[in-house]
Design a protein around this ligand. Structure first.
Ligand SMILES: NC(=O)C1=CN([C@@H]2O[C@H](COP(=O)(O)OP(=O)(O)OC[C@H]3O[C@@H](n4cnc5c(N)ncnc54)[C@H](OP(=O)(O)O)[C@@H]3O)[C@@H](O)[C@H]2O)C=CC1
Ligand SMILES: O=C1OC[C@@H](O)[C@H](O)[C@H]1O
Length: 348
């Protein structure tokens, strides 16, 4: 019902989509700066913080003229001017904050990871569907032109049959919660899902290290059996650093997605002779520049690319769609279930 109303006002009036930002931390600032660069398409009309002063300071810092600064999340979601809420709190709060928005009738873009378990993710997705509201788990990787080009490259057979893919994302920048799977593992799992066509994968091996006090996973290595018999593997860690790149092997070539693979601007393709050959061709590079509108300072690498995700949300809202093709709710749930399965396997 609300979705239909929203599509009529956003599409028919051809007005900017009106955003509310919930939480005033680092990624909220990056996303807010990106939205302010999308004049005509987006407007940040409200900010919600647990403190009125912080909401006001955030709005001032980003130059959000006329935006309403709310001193509670409840007040933000009750603001009738807001079409869609960007949930930018720590991951441990995403379920309750998303439910708060949806119960108030707001469309939601929720930062990753949307939930600690697949069951909780399913609860959020079910409420969105029941209320006819747009919901997107903010896996922004999916909207980068390099990711689309990667899909096309793999389906064109340019590297032959895809046989394996490996992704590594070990870092600890203090963002979010204290689970490696939730913070960076989710990027690895969604990447492998993208490479292998969004199909279900099975966990065939996983090693998990946990923090003795909290019990949170701090390092995970996982091996997956993916669609078509392909092997996917990933490591994610809050304990050490890794090159944070991805490599995809086919029967006739290799694609490397260098750092930062989760928001990529580069694909490197190298032909190779196959398992029985030591012949390698020259590596070719294709670059995909970031959008040049958004201006920092940004806290995170390639945050300019959040504009791709925002544009996808705008397009969906204008068309009255409740989800996006790039990361629909079914695949989102498959990825969340895979992370659960990795956690279970690692606990054996
Ligand atoms: N897509 C991407 O590129 C990135 C995504 N992320 C994700 O975004 C989310 C937020 O990360 P980040 O911006 O780095 O986090 P920050 O700690 O910088 O900000 C989180 C904000 O949430 C609010 N908040 C509510 N409850 C708490 C609490 N108990 N402790 C701390 N803050 C709280 C605060 O706003 P207030 O006080 O105003 O209520 C705070 O400023 C995480 O889930 C993370 O995984 C992070 C970085 C990059
Ligand atoms: O969640 C994240 O996504 C983007 C990264 O740059 C950032 O370090 C990480 O916390």
């Amino acid at each position: 019902m609300f979705a239909l109303f929203l599509v009529s006002v956003v599409a028919e009036e051809r007005r900017p989509v009106r955003w509310g930002i919930l939480g005033t931390g680092s990624i909220a600032s990056d996303f807010g700066r990106v939205l302010t660069s999308m004049r005509g398409d987006a407007e940040v009309v409200a900010v919600g913080s647990r403190s009125g002063d912080r909401a006001a300071a955030f709005a001032a810092e980003l130059g959000l003229v006329g935006a309403c600064a709310h001193g509670s999340y409840e007040a933000l979601v009750a603001d009738p001017a807001v079409d869609v809420v960007y949930v930018a709190t720590p991951s441990t709060r995403h379920v309750s904050d998303s439910l708060l928005c949806l119960r108030a009738g707001k469309a939601v873009l929720c930062e990753k990871s949307m939930a600690p378990t697949a069951a909780e993710a399913a609860e959020v997705l079910a409420l969105a569907r029941e209320r006819g509201l747009f919901f997107l788990h903010g896996v922004w990787s999916r909207f980068f032109p390099a990711m689309r080009a990667l899909r096309e490259l793999l389906s064109s057979g340019a590297i032959g049959d895809v046989t394996s893919a490996h992704v590594s994302f070990c870092q600890n920048d203090g963002a979010g919660s204290c689970s490696a799977l939730a913070e960076t593992g989710v990027y690895c799992a969604q990447f492998l899902s993208w490479v292998f066509g969004g199909e279900e994968a099975a966990v065939v091996g996983a090693v998990t290290e946990r923090d003795r006090g909290s019990g949170h996973d701090t390092h995970v290595d996982a091996t997956l059996r993916c669609a078509g018999g392909g092997v996917g593997s990933f490591e994610c860690s809050l304990r050490h650093a890794s090159p944070r790149e991805a490599i995809i092997c086919g029967s006739r070539g290799v694609v490397r997605v260098p750092y930062p693979f989760w928001c990529p601007t580069q694909l490197l393709v190298q032909p190779m002779g196959g398992a029985a050959s030591q012949a390698f061709g020259a590596e070719s590079e294709t670059s995909f520049p970031l959008p040049d509108g958004p201006r920092g300072p940004f806290h995170f690498v390639h945050s300019e690319g959040l504009a791709y995700e925002a544009a996808a949300v705008h397009a969906a809202l204008r068309a009255g769609r409740l989800e996006v093709a790039e990361f629909g709710s079914e695949e989102c749930l498959r990825v969340m279930k895979l992370l659960d399965a990795v956690a279970r396997f690692g606990a054996r």
